[in-house]
Every structure is written in structure tokens, then in C-alpha cells.
Design a protein around this ligand. Structure first.
Ligand SMILES: [Zn+2]
Length: 463
């Protein structure tokens, strides 16, 4: 049984699925008006790992994540740069998928775009108006939060205390500062869509509720996102579904922040300015390993120091993969663990790792077990017990693959002689013996390898 911390109940609970064996999950995606930032990298990695693990455990996962392609920021950038909103959104969506591919985040089963669902949003807003839960003002249609009895469920606060803490806004036509825009009336020069209550464009909270229910159906299983989305975004999505009489998500899960110390991100501090920037400077797998070594609900620090630490650990894993000549796994394929023929030592490891991951995705504990198993396999090989060492090594490889982390560089089978040269070269480089490192590189090139230096050590590949 898979258990996950549920943000509504504030405790780890069994995932109670709508249809046994099938898991429907929705993750709030990006608004595409700039390069993806480090926080985007974290939430996509966290929920990619979750999806991969649920699939590995045999669940048939339907994973939906949206693209918000109309929004104030997109409009502002289009105007500033003399481009259309569509051009801005298309450009940054391309950057988004390029970064996702590089960090090995599997593509969602469905990627709804907000602009393709406007008719359904208009329909929902009409329903809310007819039910008297929404009202018009001079700048658009607003949702009356006082009409939802348990408003504040996700925030963990009752309506009264939320209202006391709310920012007072300029719009005095709103009945409460917590009321939010479902529809923004058209302004000159801005994109708009027709609606019986006046042309305009949808509010962000209305997009996700329509797209999640539209693709996954009433009472879908799991709604995910960063902690910062819990309130007001998720609260407001839920409020609309409740007010429209539609059962919404059965479970809510949220991931922790990305910290950059108490300093602001800046180039002069040597920090990474965006996910794209990080991926240009490091092995993309390092961010996944950093995410895996932290619990998904905890904050993580992404800095040159923490990434370098992850790269060192990655170097150890790649060295291990070379030693046992392990096949490269993962990539974009989602695998099912029950189809593996687990040899005995690996089966025991799988069961122990599964106990950690089934219990609120305890990836730090699972990764620690995998590193212990790596040491055991090395020790067994050192004492000449090649077959059980290899069986365990294959298990370690399969489990890293299940979490989306491909060991070893590239997939070409590395023969033991070449693997030994790589190890010797890394040692020479570690001792700053550049002449010996160059000699070993020439030897590898002579054997037909393309040799590359990375922060995690020598990488070799064939063409
Ligand atoms: Zn959303």
C-alpha cells in the first residue's frame, strides 16, 4: 500500500484510489513567460520521481500537467518586446520542454493548454453565476468565497482568520478581499475570448480546475504542486469545484521550496540563475540526485556547493556502473518492477527500498540503502564473489533506473580494460598528474572512445 502525506489532513495516509490499480494525478504546470527556474526543476523532478515509482509498483498512472499560456506576465512581456502573446508562450514553452528533457522528466500523458479550454471555463463560470456563487464587477466576474462552507481547508485556517490576514485591495466592488477573479473583462490590445457575460479571459484558478476535471474526471486521485500553491491557488480551485457540485481531488500533496541561502540569487555569487543555466553548467543528473537525497516535503538548497556534492556522489555511482559494466537504464521509459526477474540479493534490496518509498516517498532513506548496497557489491567483488556482486549491482542499477537516474554515462558497453583506464585516469587527475591523464586519454582514444571530462569524472562514449 502506498502512503503519502495528505495536506488536508496533515498526516501520512494510505492512497485511497478511485479505481483500484489506477492512479490519476494532476500537477500544476508552468506559466510560460520566462526560462524555467530552479523551483520548477524541483517540483517537476519530485513529481516525476513519484510518478515513476507509482508506475514501478504496478499502478497504471494517468499523469496530467498543464501549460498556462495566457496570463498577465505573458501579456506584459509580449507588449515590452513587441511580440504576440502566442509567440512569447510558444518560445518559452519550447525552453520548458528542452529543460524537462535534459533533466529526464518524462512527458505527461496529457498537457492541456489553458487557451484550448476557454469554452469549458466559460461554462463553469456560467454555472457558478447561475448558482449565485459568483458575481460581476466592472472589471470581471468574481467568486464569493463565503459561499463555500469549508473554505480554508487547504490553508488550514477558517475563513474568518484568513479574512483578517488578507491584504486589502483597491477593488472596492469585491465583497471580500479573499474573493478572486474567475474572468477578467477585455482590455484594449489584450487577447480575449467571447462569453455570455462579456468578452475577456479566464483567471488562473479557473484554468486548473477545468483542465484537471476535464481530463481526469470527478473525484480524481491526487492533486500535486509546490507548497506555495496550497493557498490561494489550490484552495480556490477546490472552492470552484465544490460550489459547482463536482467532487474534486481525493488527495493533496505538496513539495518543499528551493532555498538559495539567505542571499538572493545572483550571478556574482556564483549561483545558478535559472534551471537552463544550471543545466548548462552541470551534469543534469546531479539535480535529480540532489532532489532524491532530500525528502520531497523539506526545503532544499541548490547552490554550487550542494550540486558539486551531488556530482561527487554521481561520480561514485558511475564508477560503480563501469566496474560492473551495467546497462544504462531510465531515460524516458517508465518501467514496471514486477516484470523484472530479481535475483535473490537484489530482491531483498528491492523490498527494503520499496518499504521506504511506499511510505511517503522517503527517497533519502532509499538512496542511503542503495549506496550501502553499492558498497556491499564492491566488497563482494573484491573478495572474488563475482556472481552475487553482479546480481546485487544489477538490482542497484534497476532501482536507480526506477527513480529516473541513469548510471554510467551513455549506454555503450564499456569493456573492463577501458573501464580500468577510466578509473586510472580519474585517479591521475585527482592527483593533478596531467601528463599521465593525457597519456591515458590517448590510450582510450586509440581504443575508439570519445573522451569527455565532466565534474563527475571521465566520461567515455562511442561516437
Ligand atoms: Zn494549478
Amino acid at each position: 500500500m502506498i502512503r503519502l502525506f495528505d495536506s488536508v489532513f496533515g498526516e501520512v495516509r494510505d492512497l485511497d484510489l478511485r479505481d483500484p490499480g489506477r492512479l490519476s494525478m494532476y500537477v500544476c504546470g508552468p506559466t510560460v513567460y520566462d526560462l524555467p527556474h530552479l523551483g520548477h526543476g524541483r517540483f517537476t523532478l519530485v513529481w516525476d520521481v513519484a510518478r515513476r515509482w507509482f508506475t514501478f509498483r504496478g499502478l497504471d498512472v494517468h499523469f496530467v500537467s498543464n501549460i498556462t499560456d495566457i496570463d498577465d506576465n505573458i501579456i506584459a512581456r509580449a507588449e515590452r518586446e513587441g511580440r504576440t502573446e502566442t509567440a512569447v508562450a510558444t518560445c518559452f514553452e519550447a525552453h520548458w520542454w528542452e529543460a524537462m528533457d535534459r533533466i529526464g522528466v518524462a512527458r505527461p500523458n496529457d498537457v492541456p493548454h489553458a487557451t484550448q479550454y476557454v469554452a469549458e471555463m466559460v461554462e463553469l463560470i456560467s454555472t457558478l453565476l447561475a448558482r449565485g456563487v459568483a458575481y460581476p464587477t466592472s472589471d470581471g466576474i468574481y467568486f464569493d468565497v463565503s459561499r463555500v462552507a469549508d473554505y480554508g481547508l487547504l490553508a488550514g485556517q477558517p475563513l474568518e482568520s484568513l479574512r483578517a490576514g488578507a491584504r486589502v485591495e483597491a477593488n472596492d466592488e469585491k465583497r471580500s478581499p479573499l474573493d478572486f477573479a474567475l474572468w477578467k473583462n477585455v482590455k484594449s490590445g489584450e487577447p480575449s475570448w467571447p462569453a455570455p457575460f462579456g468578452d475577456g479571459r479566464p483567471g488562473w484558478h479557473t484554468e486548473c480546475v477545468v483542465m484537471s476535471l476535464g481530463l481526469l474526471g470527478d473525484g480524481f486521485d491526487l492533486h500535486c504542486g509546490g507548497f506555495d500553491l496550497k493557498f490561494p491557488h489550490h484552495e480556490n480551485e477546490r472552492a470552484q469545484a465544490v460550489a459547482a457540485g463536482r467532487p474534486f481531488a481525493r488527495h493533496w500533496a505538496h513539495n518543499g521550496w528551493v532555498m538559495v541561502g539567505d542571499q538572493k540569487m545572483s550571478k556574482s555569487l556564483g549561483n545558478f540563475t535559472s534551471l537552463t543555466d544550471l543545466l548548462e553548467k552541470t551534469d543534469a543528473r546531479a539535480y535529480r540526485l540532489l532532489v532524491l537525497r532530500s525528502h520531497y516535503r523539506s526545503p532544499i538548497e541548490v547552490s554550487p556547493a550542494t550540486i558539486a556534492d551531488a556530482e561527487r556522489a554521481l561520480g561514485r555511482l558511475d564508477g560503480f556502473a563501469r566496474r560492473f559494466d551495467l546497462p544504462r537504464l531510465a531515460g524516458r521509459r517508465l518501467e514496471v518492477g514486477s516484470t523484472f526477474a530479481w535475483p535473490a540479493p537484489a530482491l531483498e534490496l528491492y523490498e527494503r527500498v520499496a518499504r521506504c518509498l511506499d511510505n511517503d516517498l522517503d527517497t533519502p532513506l532509499a538512496i542511503a540503502l542503495l549506496f550501502d548496497a553499492l558498497s556491499s557489491a564492491n566488497t563482494a567483488a573484491d573478495r572474488g564473489d563475482e556472481s552475487s556482486a553482479r546480481e546485487l549491482a544489477l538490482g542497484v542499477n534497476a532501482l536507480f533506473g526506477a527513480l529516473g537516474l541513469a548510471l554510467a554515462g551513455d549506454g555503450a558497453t564499456v569493456d573492463p580494460a577501458s573501464a580500468a583506464l577510466v578509473t586510472q585516469r580519474d585517479e591521475a587527475r585527482g592527483q593533478k598528474d596531467w601528463a599521465e591523464a593525457d597519456r591515458l586519454r590517448d590510450e582510450l582514444v586509440h581504443l575508439g572512445w570519445i573522451v569527455e571530462d565532466s565534474a563527475s569524472g571521465t566520461q567515455i562514449r562511442k561516437s
